[in-house]
Design a protein around this ligand. Structure first.
Ligand SMILES: [Zn+2]
Length: 303
């Protein structure tokens, strides 16, 4: 049995999967805010509950915002700042008396979709999160590619490629740079673009609804969004050339992306044709937690 934990800013979700990926147990609790020790307690309680209900000791994988720094063994790049600087995998491992693997939540998402989701069977999969932030993860032959800095797939903090005149005024990004892809393609970025022209503060979902209702301003903004996403993904294709790109996160629910973006990206991909498939996540919000469980691909911990 594999136990996956998705450690989010507001919720901690746990699943237990059997050998075939069937869900045996699923539970969500609130994330203790700003309290590292309480966060450890909450994760351990979920694992122990799954163990107890299912009568066996599961392997444990945890998807986290940020990543474990290979150089220090401590969490870095996390927006849940109480995690930063702590050896999360070691602390959980000691408490749960078994090895625990932690990985970036976007990597877990990509692993889930590559293992038995929308990109199952593909040799190379780039998983993209389009939500409050913009992240990504790369899975090659069923394995997460982590990299010596543990940042593979962090395309959201590269600059928007091939900017046009209207894209020269770059917004600051929390990472310290300006004009990152995230500042153009995240949900808050879409809201900001609409607000700038309309004065209305709407969510990304509300803006996409206006697109479907033929609102001219929302439609103009959606056309810009398609092109920016196409350019940004083309720059990924030029480097990695993945077989499949899977979209997750709140913005991935917009079905028009899957036709509009591939219709544009050929202008930017260095190839006469583009065979890359752009697909929505099969497991939606559950992909992160399933991918955390799949961090143990082979032998789960023996009972
Ligand atoms: Zn940035």
């Amino acid at each position: 049995m594999r136990i996956g934990i998705d450690l989010g800013g507001t919720k901690i979700e746990a699943v237990a999967l059997d050998q075939c990926g069937e869900t045996l147990f699923r539970k969500r609790v609130n994330t203790p805010q700003g309290d590292y020790a309480a966060t450890l307690d909450a994760i351990c309680a979920l694992v122990q509950e799954a163990d107890q209900i299912l009568g066996s000791r599961g392997s444990v994988g945890v998807g986290i915002p940020g990543t474990i720094s290979p150089s220090t063994g401590l969490v870095k790049n996390a927006n849940s700042t109480c995690l930063i600087g702590n050896p999360l995998d070691q602390d959980l491992s000691e408490r749960l008396e078994r090895p625990v693997r932690c990985a970036n939540d976007a990597n877990c998402f990509a692993l889930s979709e590559a293992t038995d989701g929308a990109a199952a069977g593909a040799g190379s999969v780039f998983g993209v999160i389009l939500g409050t932030g913009v992240g990504g993860g790369l899975v090659i032959n069923g394995q997460i590619v982590c990299g010596p800095n543990s940042i593979t797939g962090e395309w959201g903090h590269n600059p928007l490629p091939w900017p046009n005149n209207s894209e020269s005024s770059a917004a600051p990004c929390y990472c310290g740079q300006t004009g990152c892809i995230e500042t153009w393609l995240s949900g808050p970025a879409l809201s900001r673009q609409y607000q700038k022209l309309s004065g209305l503060d709407l969510s990304a979902d509300q803006i996409w609804k206006l697109v479907r209702d033929n609102d001219p301003l929302a439609q103009a903004i959606s056309q810009q969004y398609y092109r920016r996403l196409a350019k940004s993904l083309a720059s990924v294709i030029n480097v990695i050339d993945p077989e499949v790109i899977v979209l997750g996160g709140g913005l991935s629910n917009e079905s028009s992306l899957y036709e509009a973006v591939p219709a544009l990206w050929g202008e930017y991909v260095f190839s006469d044709s583009v065979a890359t498939r752009l697909v929505p996540a099969q497991f939606g919000d559950a992909s992160g937690v399933r991918g955390a469980a799949w961090l143990w691909p082979q032998t789960p911990v023996k009972a």
